[in-house]
Design a protein around this ligand. Structure first.
Ligand code: SF4
Ligand code: SF4
Length: 123
């Protein structure tokens, strides 16, 4: 992890964003360790103690650097053009309970990132 970037606000929405396909993810944390902005988080835990561990991404902070995709041993991470991110997030899968509880918020977040990217691009 590059400590100098962690926790700092992102200046622009990148042209590509990362999506973790939950069904291919083992929760090994390799991506989480390498992400320079600490925007990858482990899902199973206090709120979901019985789920198999897997990781997800805070798209509001992803800078599209691709380090996570390069290191993932399961090819579970895809880099997606930002205007198309909402469709990919909607289809990324995961345990039914997690999908039920988070789908709306995660897809809304993806849609907002796409809209912000397109608005700045056409300004
Ligand atoms: S693309 Fe970079 S910033 Fe985005 S989740 Fe992967 S490692 Fe983190
Ligand atoms: S590196 Fe791949 S398998 Fe490991 S936690 Fe990240 S997405 Fe999941």
């Amino acid at each position: 992890m590059t400590a100098s970037l962690a926790g700092k606000p992102r200046k622009v929405v990148p042209k590509i964003l990362a999506v973790i396909h939950a069904d291919g993810c083992t929760g090994c944390e390799a991506c989480l360790e390498i992400c320079p902005v600490d925007c990858i988080f482990k899902v199973a835990g206090e709120d979901h103690p019985r789920l198999q561990a897997f990781c997800d991404i805070d798209l509001d902070r992803c800078i599209g650097c691709q380090h996570c995709r390069q290191i993932c041993p399961r090819d579970a991470i895809e880099m997606v053009p930002t205007p198309e991110i909402a469709g990919h997030v909607a289809a990324k899968g995961g345990p039914p309970r997690y999908v039920d509880e988070t789908w709306d918020a995660l897809v809304d977040q993806a849609r907002r990132n796409a809209e912000e990217y397109l608005a700045k691009k056409h300004r």
